[in-house]
Design a protein around this ligand. Sequence first.
Ligand code: PSU
Ligand code: MN
Length: 302
Amino acid sequence: MARALEIAPEVKTALAEGHPVVALESTLISHGLPAPDNLNCAMEAESRVRSGGGVPATIAVIEGTIRVGLDQGGLERLASVIEIAKLSRDDLGSAVARGVTGATTVAATMICARLAGIDVFATGGVGGVHRGWSESMDISADLTELSRTAVTVVCSGAKSILDLPATVEMLETLGVPLVGYRVSELPAFFSAQSGIELRQHIDEIGEMVEIIQARRQLEMGGGEILVVPPPSERALAGDQVRAWIEQALAEAKKQAISGKAVTPFLLRRLSTLSGGETLKTNVALILNNATTATELAVALAG
Ligand code: PSU
Ligand code: MN
């Protein structure tokens, strides 16, 4: 493992001393957000973790080595290299074996965070069941990863380009708790309301600590999702987002976009169609989730 996993010294020290560490994902830098917003968001997410009293660990694979805690050069590389790999559970091993440089999705970031000993991870939104899944079978590997890897993912639910009711059903089947933080309704990523009720919610972060500890005590395996809505001042109106999504989905279909390219294509089109509105909201919710994840990591460490 010496060559495959490299934990940044600051992260290693924090883990050894039981200080709070928050893992951050890299696919949103390479595939989810355009330059220069992507690098700014990645740096700002790290500083949010620091100001909350945690140590950030952005995760990616650089020339076959899983790097837990990227330096400025690593972040810049992820933000600027075009056609960088988007790694999930299926291709993480071959990326390590072949010396590939790639960004890690939620699934791959969870695997690497667990390997390093990090319990909390922040991102924008997890992947899920795509609309039209009964024909495409396009269901993100993030969901099965959540059912097997014990890391708590703090996010704004699943991206609303997906089939949200089907995603919630699938998570229930897989035994992954979706816990609302001060909300009892699942947000629709860019907007606050999806019409889907969350069966579990908490008001104080300490309650999440208790849920996580109970699940670990029961040796259940698997992770949980702490759902944080987009900050109210940046949340968009649901109807408007819905129209942009319909159009982006129609374009994806027409252009026969499939597989790993679907989510990045849709996010890019939404940003253009909305005149940059969805992009601003996406960045705002990622930063807000980093702040909440830090609160959780601090509470877990204490
Ligand atoms: N959150 C964001 N933007 C993103 C993602 C999350 O705000 O781009 C990424 C995550 O890496 C997630 C991936 O794992 O989107 C889902 O991709 P897919 O639908 O191909 O599984
Ligand atoms: Mn997919």
